[in-house]
Design a protein around this ligand. Structure first.
Ligand code: NAD
Length: 286
């Protein structure tokens, strides 16, 4: 568990569901919950919140010993629903889709459009008890600093792209100073980057009799990051959870740290993203 500035605790390892088709989501989330994951990361943009909610409900009904408060659900409001009453309405619809009494954490998906207006409405949603915490995502530049001049309820975390090739040291330093936790998306570099072929990673995999993915995830855990790998393959879902029975040495951690900047990010930089977001279709509401 990672303790947030407000005393609440979030499971450090979560289960991401980006690009999992709605019709597969319930099955995959149920599989993750059975394995022991207690933290699911979804978003309005992924169009699978409804199925995440169904899986959580079904799991709770079948397992009396697990309570709703044992499971952490994060979702995100999309850039087309920021401010002017739209965020309040978006949370109402989100709660209808997820069909649970509250959402543990809602993130501003990107610092775009009227994200400050959206943030203010999320503060009201915390007051109303509809959401428990507010967070931000992809806040990597000056918008991170300016946010704090205006907020009443601080964000608990910032979800940013993060993996050994892209370690985001500048923004992480600022986040640490404000006690905003780091949550990494694309923890495995979305496996597009050949990260698993790095000699440092494959040698450690051999040494610890673990997979390359497990080595990378262990690096995230030991770095203190909240991490949310995605997979719909039961073998991989289990594998990604089995990272608590070994420990990398300080030297090994430092060796992985040297990969920073070797390949860069998997997403476009923020300027290209700014224009890309303009053209992305808004997610469906149902
Ligand atoms: P990821 O780094 O988790 O990589 C996912 C890919 O890795 C998939 O192709 C999967 O099949 C593969 N994989 C998973 N486990 C593996 C294993 N053990 N061995 C080999 N391959 C394996 O990338 P991601 O899905 O983009 O990021 C994780 C989560 O972060 C998402 O599901 C989503 O919840 C969140 N996310 C947030 C944002 C944002 O803007 N806030 C953006 C992207 C993703």
């Amino acid at each position: 568990m990672i303790k947030l500035y407000n005393g609440k605790e979030i499971p450090q390892l979560g289960f991401g569901v980006y690009q999992i088709k709605p019709e597969e989501t319930k099955k995959c989330v149920l599989e993750a919950l059975k394995i022991g994951y207690r933290h699911i990361d979804t978003a309005h943009y992924y169009e699978n919140e409804r199925q995440v909610g169904e899986a959580v409900k079904e799991f709770l009904q079948a397992n009396n010993e697990v309570k709703r408060t044992d499971i952490w659900i994060t979702s995100k409001v999309w850039v087309t629903e920021f401010g002017n009453g739209k965020t309040r309405e978006a949370i109402k619809k989100m709660l209808n889709r997820i069909n649970l009494e509250y959402i543990d954490l809602v993130l501003i998906h990107y610092p775009y459009n009227d994200y400050m207006g959206a943030y203010k409405e999320l503060e009201e949603e915390v007051d109303a008890g509809h959401i428990k915490n507010i967070g931000i995502s992809n806040f990597e530049g000056s918008e991170f600093d300016s946010l704090f001049e205006n907020v009443r309820i601080k964000p608990v975390l910032n979800q940013i792209e993060l993996h050994p090739y892209f370690q985001q040291r500048n923004i992480r330093e600022k986040m640490e100073a404000k006690n905003v936790k780091t949550e990494g998306w694309a923890p495995l570099g979305q496996t597009k980057t050949n990260l698993f072929k790095e000699k440092i990673i494959s040698d450690l995999a051999q040494k610890y009799k673990k997979s390359e993915a497990q080595i990378v995830l262990r690096w995230h855990i030991q770095s203190g990051f909240i991490t949310i790998p995605k997979s719909c393959n039961p073998k991989r879902i289990k594998e990604n959870f089995e990272i608590f029975d070994f420990e990398l040495t300080k030297d090994e951690m430092n060796e992985i740290n040297t990969l920073n900047g070797k390949k860069g990010r998997v997403q476009y930089n923020s300027i290209i993203m700014y224009f890309a977001l303009w053209f992305l279709p808004a997610p469906k509401d149902d």
